[in-house]
Design a protein around this ligand. Structure first.
Ligand code: PLP
Length: 365
């Protein structure tokens, strides 16, 4: 089996595994004042300091959650409380479906290369009659397309709008700093850069603790912003994975380019090719060949790839991302290949052979 579906989840990094094992044997609850609790608290604080330092935020403004979906929901519902919400058309469902009041949501279109349409954003922000939360992702999970967040934040600042950035696919792969992006908040998820599944964070700009109305109040953990005992092994592994990802960055760009060159020779198109993209992600469109057929053929050949985003049911649906880019029918011909941190040259070589065979067979049939 060759795993090329990193954007669904990255393989666990050895450093993250080790950190999780160390945390699993700690008995205490980080909220307990006795020595076992203090031991757990020390590990939690260490993870918080580490994640905060990488993102350039004050540790008081790193709110641990169960993952990217919860971090985004907390931003949309918490920071967005009482605000009009402007949401990019290619956002992950974790953002698109987070709003508790859909009357307040306006969708921002993207250009054909997948990047947010800044002119429309500027136009919408000209209406200052209500406070506004803008939600634009940094890197798209299906295409890898990277949004011009600094320009977005410049427009938001000028209009005094709050900016939330879903950086779940970007953190650990490209530099992400709240100050440099000019974002008010950023969502991240540990399993997307080699940590255990089940931990994420919402990090917030600000020198002192920023108040965010919680979705679950519970015992007041995370400074009252997210109640519930923290999942220490997953959180510790997230921090260790981020340390490792940033200490030893991988650049599979040359492999990705080789893969795309072969796909182009087979008659495929590369989605978002004219935009800046994550170097691990290729969204290939093979005209006339349905995504399901491509997935099945490649699965039988031993490759784990995807048709877009991985959803709970494993269903393959028409992608809202590709439709928003104006791809119409071609949206059902997509295949996403996302190279993991531990990809090897031979994995890509074997994939190229299998893809070529599949495309040739389909053309002949
Ligand atoms: N945001 C983006 C861009 C994603 O790709 C994902 C997961 O695929 C999420 C949010 C949700 O993250 P999690 O799986 O940690 O809930």
């Amino acid at each position: 089996m060759i795993y090329l579906d990193a954007n669904a989840t990255e393989p666990l990094r050895p450093e993250a595994r080790e950190a999780a094992m160390d945390a699993m044997v700690i008995v205490g609850n980080p909220s307990s004042p006795h020595s076992a609790g203090r031991q757990a608290r020390a590990m939690l604080d260490h993870a918080r300091r580490s994640v905060s330092a990488h993102l350039g935020v004050h540790p008081d403004n790193c709110v641990f959650t169960s993952g990217g979906t919860e971090a985004n929901t907390l931003a949309v519902r918490g920071l967005g409380k009482g605000r009009r919400r402007l949401v990019g058309a290619t956002e992950h469902d974790a953002v698109r479906k987070a709003s508790d009041d859909t009357d307040w949501v306006e969708v921002l279109p993207v250009l054909s290369d997948g990047r947010i349409d800044l002119a429309v954003l500027e136009q919408k922000l000209a209406d200052r009659s209500q406070e506004t939360l803008v939600c634009i992702m940094l890197a798209n999970n299906e295409t890898g397309v990277i949004n011009p967040i600094r320009e977005v934040s410049r427009l938001c600042r000028a209009a005094q709008a709050t900016l939330h950035v879903d950086a779940v696919q970007a953190v650990g792969r490209i530099p992400v700093s709240l100050a440099e992006l000019g974002a008010d908040s950023v969502a991240l998820s540990g399993h997307k850069f080699g940590g255990l599944k089940g931990a994420g964070a919402l990090v917030l700009a600000g020198n002192g603790p920023v108040v965010v109305p919680p979705m679950q109040a519970g015992g007041g953990q995370e400074r009252g912003r997210r109640g519930g005992t923290q999942a220490l092994p997953a959180i510790a592994s997230m921090a260790a994975a981020l340390d490792a990802a940033l200490a030893r960055p991988v650049d599979p760009g040359a492999l990705r380019d080789r893969l795309e060159t072969t796909a182009l020779q087979q008659g495929a198109l590369v989605c978002g090719v004219d935009a800046p993209r994550l170097v691990n992600t290729s969204c290939l469109l093979l005209p006339g060949v349905r995504s399901e057929a491509q997935l099945i053929a490649l699965d039988l050949a031993g490759f784990c790839v995807s048709a877009g985003s991985a959803c709970s049911s494993g269903k393959v649906g028409g992608s809202h991302v590709l439709h928003a880019m104006g791809l119409g029918e071609l949206a059902s011909n997509a295949l996403r290949v996302s190279l993991p941190w531990n990809v090897e040259v031979r994995h890509v070589d074997e994939f190229i052979l299998a893809y070529g065979k599949m495309a040739a067979r389909r053309k002949a049939g």
